[in-house]
Design a binder for this molecule. Structure first.
Ligand code: AMP
Ligand code: MG
Ligand code: MG
Length: 320
């Protein structure tokens, strides 16, 4: 009798993975389709560039198509989830060829952390940056680009998917391009090799195209051994978890919730920390202000070292 009950229970639980795992498994496949769109738009050559707030705030055909693809695909499967995408697009039917119906079986096989097993659709908020690093995508700095799908519950980033459409581009014409990194708090992050930054060195990664006097003043105060200037919030978090940089420092408004949600979930899943420059954590409930007005400070290790060296003058210049 006990045996029967056990078998029944395990068969039942295999047939119905927790909602969070179904969302992450779908987001994984949706992000892979997004990456194909990003590559196809670039190889077709017509980027359809539109300036949003100005020349440093661009939107391309890839940003538009990918947002439609991600939001429509996830909304069809999870109609009660709140989905917030970066791009303001007219409402309308999304072409069927943009819809991804698949999911990653491997993710579905993993057990959901117990604290998240009871989550309901209406309690999730998904933050979508269809193409992070557009300013780098347009001149062809393709390895800076990522697709970001962040999943929040109770105002916290709890899971995320980062796709890098041009990962492996240096390996030559026949190389398979792209990879998908994903993670869930309490479970870990997958799709890359967690690597520590060189011990005893302070390597800061920051913006390439959105610098300011304050951004530079803050970096100078940290007295780093080396500064890496690359595009994309997703790209910079990858630099942290792969040991290329020891801190992501951006003392400026400009970065938004869709830039930080997926990266935050993945960084926190491997024991890192991300806050604004003043040390406040980010909130991801659907009512929250989109702009991360007080900048970004993120590390895999030694967060306190960097946080303690941010000058008060810099902190006071940034209002959350
Ligand atoms: P970056 O490190 O410059 O690539 O910025 C990370 C993310 O924040 C990207 O999505 C940028 O588009 C966005 N961002 C940062 N600063 C600005 C800004 N001044 N205007 C518009 N977007 C910005
Ligand atoms: Mg972005
Ligand atoms: Mg974007």
């Amino acid at each position: 009798m006990f045996k029967f009950a056990f078998c029944f229970f395990s068969a039942f639980s295999m047939a119905s993975p927790a909602l969070l795992m179904r969302v992450v498994a779908s987001a994984y496949s949706v992000a892979e389709k997004a990456a194909t769109i990003v590559r196809n738009v670039m190889s077709a050559g017509d980027l359809g560039i539109v300036e949003k707030a100005g020349p440093n705030d661009l939107q391309t055909k890839a940003d538009r198509l990918v947002q439609m693809s991600i939001c429509a695909s996830l909304a069809r499967k999870f109609p009660k989830v709140t989905i917030i995408g970066e791009e303001e697009l007219p409402n309308g039917d999304v072409s069927e060829d943009l819809i991804e119906v698949g999911h990653c079986e491997e993710i579905l096989k993993k057990p959901c952390p117990t604290q998240y097993t009871g989550i309901k659709e209406e309690e999730l908020v998904i933050w979508v940056d269809p193409l992070d690093g557009t300013k780098e995508y347009t001149p062809g700095l393709l390895d800076h680009v990522t697709v970001l799908i962040g999943i929040a519950y109770g105002g916290k980033a709890i899971a995320g998917v980062i796709n890098q459409p041009y990962y492996n581009y240096e390996a030559g014409a026949n190389a398979v391009l792209g990879r998908t990194i994903w993670g869930v708090l309490g479970m870990g992050a997958f799709g890359f090799q967690l690597t520590e930054a060189p011990a005893g060195k302070h390597i800061v990664v920051t913006t390439r195209s959105h610098s300011s006097a304050l951004v530079n003043e803050c970096i100078t105060a940290l007295n780093p051994d080396h500064v890496i200037r690359v595009g994309g919030a997703g790209n910079k978090i990858i630099q942290l978890i792969e040991g290329k940089a020891s801190a992501y420092v951006f003392a400026s408004p400009g970065c938004k919730k869709w830039d930080t949600c997926a990266p935050e979930a993945i960084l926190h899943a491997v024991g890192g920390k991300i806050t604004d420059i003043r040390g406040n954590s980010f909130q991801y409930n659907k009512e929250v202000k989109h702009m991360n007005s007080a900048g970004v400070l993120a590390t895999l290790r030694n967060y306190d070292y960097y946080a303690s060296r941010i000058p008060n003058t810099v902190k006071e210049s940034l209002v959350p």
